[in-house]
Write a protein that binds this ligand. Structure first.
Ligand code: PAF
Length: 285
């Protein structure tokens, strides 16, 4: 596995791969890799000749009071995991390489970017889309793989790529976005780089999130009844501070009303101790 740290060198690598007619699958990450990331890498490996994984903790997508400084940075062990997975390139650029013209927000997530995660983390999705767009421009992948746990992120990336396809079809013309299912720990907790912040007691409390999603899925009733079932369980766990629980139509990411029937996505965001966790489950109403 090559480790490439500059955008220019990565572009050269991509140009050579293209000369050989190789297809490229890309997995953007912020590092602190876990089994969830590895499942995305495996999807990428199955999909293309060349696999590029980026590790970049993107300052633009963290708010002033968030965990940018203490976000886990484990490049050495991440590189070992990726090399063992037959990844071709680990792209680990500096902030200056990603943002040669300064840290400007260049992509806007629009209305959906201001709801749910976006309401709790203003500017987060604009920063996330800005870095993903920049990485797509450098890597020029045929496939990019993202985890379903970050459902709103995935929705917005698909929306950005679809919109670019109409306004600027050449930019990412070959790109297909692939979704990787959420990987869970054996006890049900969704894998996240932030799980390492949880104490044992907090980890136990965090299981309420998956239990609440199951309650919403198995309760009979309309959207309000399902949300209420999840909210009640979450409220009963004193270590969980609920941010939101909602049911959205996954094709629009808008909240469904009580007349809705079909597949909807249950979203939960909560703080357990100082750690913010999100999760989601597709349920049938
Ligand atoms: O999901 C993440 O890890 C990040 O939001 C991403 C997509 C790598 C952009 O920084």
């Amino acid at each position: 596995m090559q480790i490439i740290t500059s955008a220019e060198n990565l572009k050269n690598f991509v140009a050579l791969a293209r000369e050989k007619k190789s297809t490229i699958a890309f997995v953007p990450t912020m590092g602190a890799l876990h089994d969830g990331h590895m499942s995305l890498v495996d999807i990428a490996r199955d999909q293309a000749d060349v696999v590029v994984v980026s590790i970049f903790v993107n300052p633009l997508q963290f708010g002033a009071n968030e965990d940018f400084d203490k976000y886990p940075r484990t490049l050495q062990s991440d590189a070992e995991l990726l090399a063992a997975r037959d990844v071709d390139v680990l792209f680990a650029p500096s902030v200056e390489d990603v943002y040669p013209n300064g840290q400007q927000v260049l992509e806007h997530a629009g209305a959906v970017g201001e709801t749910f995660e976006g309401a709790s983390r203003p500017g987060h999705f604009d920063g996330m889309l800005t870095v993903v767009a920049r990485l797509f421009d450098v890597v020029k992948p045929d496939f990019a793989v993202f985890g379903a746990k970050d459902a709103q992120q995935l929705f917005l990336i698909k929306q950005m790529v679809a919109s670019e396809r109409t306004t600027n079809p050449q930019r990412w013309h070959a790109l297909q976005i692939i979704e990787g299912v959420t990987v869970r720990e054996p006890d049900g907790l969704a894998r996240s780089s932030r799980n390492r912040y949880l104490s044992d007691e907090e980890h136990r409390a965090a299981l309420t999130l998956s239990a609440a999603m199951r309650a919403a899925a198995t309760t009979t009733g309309n959207a309000s009844v399902r949300i209420q079932a999840a909210a009640q369980l979450l409220a009963a766990e004193p270590q969980v501070r609920l941010d939101y629980v909602a049911l959205v139509d996954s094709s629009s990411f808008e909240a469904v009303d009580d007349s809705f029937s079909g597949q909807a996505l249950l979203l939960i965001a909560a703080k357990v101790g100082n750690t913010r966790l999100i999760d989601n489950l597709s349920i049938t109403i």
